[in-house]
Design a binder for this molecule. Structure first.
Ligand SMILES: NC(=O)c1ccc[n+]([C@@H]2O[C@H](COP(=O)([O-])OP(=O)(O)OC[C@H]3O[C@@H](n4cnc5c(N)ncnc54)[C@H](O)[C@@H]3O)[C@@H](O)[C@H]2O)c1
Ligand SMILES: [Zn+2]
Ligand SMILES: [Zn+2]
Length: 375
């Protein structure tokens, strides 16, 4: 069949919205009509080259934060049928590998191995092709910047049909990643002092995770005033325009003790900022690195003495260290109950044709999340 997709051909280029050819689903795969896709900074890393070597080869279809409706299932699909509503996990969860079996499906071995190929898990080939017949790769094996896609069922989480898909899509990356960075990776506990560095789609949800976990102080750090305002709406208690400003105010925000938990969620991670934020943490602080550092960044300088003397912990977190089959339905229930705010996260919506404007708005700091809506 034919469908429309946003294709990236090379680093530094714009997204090209074009008609593509989509093959039917093979064994274990499903055809999904995508209804909405968030625009995450990880897709912007494809354009800047910051993720070079870590994702699909180009040309590729971008997008990894999507939700839609199953239209067709291939042979041997066991958990889905046409008409089911699904959120895609940006890392497939096979359920059987040692990582999945030990409760870390965010690190699924099968998904991880297929990730940099950009091709289908089932047989390593492409279902997506340009009109000229060239194979297209997929960001996160998904390619949600398209009206339809074919993905493996291990990338899909079935959800309640009552949940609006233009909100549910955010669970495919930003909400789970940010919330889990606070709740699982940082292990925020009642009464903690928490700092979140960067209030985009990820950081906004780290703020919500910290709030739901009972943090006493939630300091949101972002140079953009609009982001700081939104952080307060989502549960922050203090805001600062820079890590340096937050450092200067440690006496006020944490009674001089330093933060118990620091979540790094800037658009592009860098060692200097991490080294600075390391000092925001107090004794036994957990500093969680969720933002992606450029793959080309060689190494970072962390003050080693304080790692030991203050027993600080530096922790990486992928996909919120979460388990999508448990956490996506559970978080959607918190949304339905009014405990988790998804509505404030969606600043602006776009059509697929407007995708480059959406990313321009991300670069300008205008959006917590821009969301593409396909009708
Ligand atoms: N680990 C994971 O599983 C995972 C998943 C998704 C995204 N990410 C990464 O998380 C990061 C954030 O993604 P996003 O979609 O929220 O990005 P975003 O662009 O929506 O938001 C980033 C925010 O960081 C702020 N910022 C920039 N420089 C800053 C600084 N020096 N101090 C404080 N704030 C600063 C920006 O103003 C912006 O509000 C990206 O690096 C993305 O690739 C990681
Ligand atoms: Zn993402
Ligand atoms: Zn697995």
């Amino acid at each position: 069949m034919q469908t429309k997709a946003a294709v990236l051909r090379d680093i530094g280029q714009e997204w090209s919205v074009e008609e593509i050819e989509l093959d039917p689903p093979k064994s274990g795969e499903v055809l999904v009509r995508i209804k909405a896709s968030g625009m995450c900074h990880s897709d912007e890393h494809l354009v800047t080259g910051d993720l070079a070597g870590a994702t699909s080869p180009m040309p590729l279809i971008g997008g990894h934060e999507g939700a839609g409706i199953v239209e067709e299932v291939g042979p041997n699909v066991v958990g889905l049928e046409p008409g089911d509503h699904v959120v895609f996990g940006f890392i497939p969860a096979c359920g059987r590998c040692p990582s999945c079996a030990s409760g870390h499906s965010n690190l699924c071995d099968i998904g991880g191995a297929a990730f940099p190929t950009g091709r289908q898990i089932s047989d390593g080939t492409a279902r997506h092709h340009t009109k000229d017949g060239e194979d297209l790769g997929l960001m996160c094996l998904l390619g949600t910047f398209a009206h339809h896609t074919v993905v493996h069922e291990s990338s899909c989480v079935k959800i309640d049909k009552d949940i609006p898909l233009d909100r549910a899509c955010l669970l495919g990356c930003g909400v789970v990643t940010g919330w889990g960075s606070a709740v699982y990776a940082a292990e925020v506990s009642p009464g903690d002092f928490v700092a979140v560095v960067g209030v985009g789609g990820i950081g906004a949800n780290a703020v919500q995770g910290a709030r739901l976990a009972g943090a006493r102080v939630i300091a949101a750090i972002d140079p953009v005033e609009f982001k700081r305002e939104k952080a307060m709406e989502l549960g922050a208690t203090h805001t600062y325009a820079s890590i340096a400003d937050a450092m200067a105010a440690l006496g006020d925000s944490t009674w001089g003790r330093g933060f118990d938990k620091v979540v790094m969620a800037m658009g592009v991670g860098n060692g200097d900022a991490l080294g600075e934020a390391f000092h925001l943490g107090g004794k036994r602080a957990k500093i969680v690195v969720t933002n992606i550092h450029p793959t080309a960044e060689p190494s970072m300088a962390i003050p080693g003495a304080f790692l030991t003397l203050f027993e600080k912990q530096l922790v990486g977190s992928l996909f919120g260290s979460a388990n999508i089959r448990k956490d996506i339905p559970q978080l959607l229930e918190l949304y339905t109950q009014g405990q988790l705010d998804l509505d404030t996260l969606v600043t602006k919506t776009y059509t697929l044709d407007e995708i480059n404007q959406g990313f321009e708005d991300m670069r300008s700091g205008n959006n917590i999340r821009g969301v593409l809506i396909y009708d």
